[in-house]
Design a protein around this ligand. Sequence first.
Ligand SMILES: C[S@@+](CC[C@H](N)C(=O)[O-])C[C@H]1O[C@@H](n2cnc3c(N)ncnc32)[C@H](O)[C@@H]1O
Length: 275
Amino acid sequence: MLSYRHAFHAGNYADVLKHIVLCQSLDYLIQKPAPILYIDTHAGAGQYALRSKKSKQTDEYKNGIGALDFSKLPESINSYKKIVQPAFSAGYYPGSPLLAAQMLREQDKLSLFEMHSTDCPLLKQLFEKDRRVRVNDSDGYHSLKALLPAKQARAVVLIDPSYEVKSDFDLVVEAIKNAHQRMATAVIMVWYPIVDRARVEKFIKSICNTGIRDIWRYELAMQEDSDGYGMTGSGMLVINPPWVLAKQMRECLPLLAEQMVSESGYFVVEELVGE
Ligand SMILES: C[S@@+](CC[C@H](N)C(=O)[O-])C[C@H]1O[C@@H](n2cnc3c(N)ncnc32)[C@H](O)[C@@H]1O
């Protein structure tokens, strides 16, 4: 049984990083007309009320979306801003499936996976009228075998587990290998928490050792690394990122850090494996 509910964390600094990377990548890809298949292996509920009881219990969004001054952020992240700013004013935060659905076009398709017995019905309800979207209550890791290579010319995969169980790290590596083997051109994005730096580096190394090329990481940490006192930061690892992404992240991460991060925090933009 799954216990993690994203509603407690929605809009926090980790979501901000993850969703900017997602929106920037989609923003670049939609400039060409060829259809895209978007796969969200761990989709969540799709949207989250920020003044709900759950969100209020942690108030995590206050150090994330709530701390952002959009007027000081670069124009290059306008795609994220355009969707998130009005949503925030209306009291909710859009999750990855909703951001993707709002950015993608008529010719694109979305395949969303969510196994939580409460969140999956919410996700289904949110997209019941959107014919581009298919919501599944099955295991997102396994979906990649069935969906890739995509019928569409291009594919974007977001792998965003909660890492509730340690095996998630190994499952992610296997899922990446599978997805890349089936469709080498797919843009694959993986979110990871920074709790234990040694664990993160082991994880990153095992992905780099797969032989896959063109791998980048973007990290934003609230404070310096510590040994297991909870999450201090998070990262997005991207395989086959649009070429403009590194430049855009180098531009926006210092500004995000200025607004959300303590003095001992930091950010990273790093090419892990070249093209
Ligand atoms: C971090 S949340 C997803 C947040 C979402 N991607 C976003 O950015 O808005 C992770 C979700 O994965 C779900 N989950 C956990 N294991 C799963 C699996 N094997 N397949 C599909 N969903 C799973 C959890 O119920 C949880 O809602």
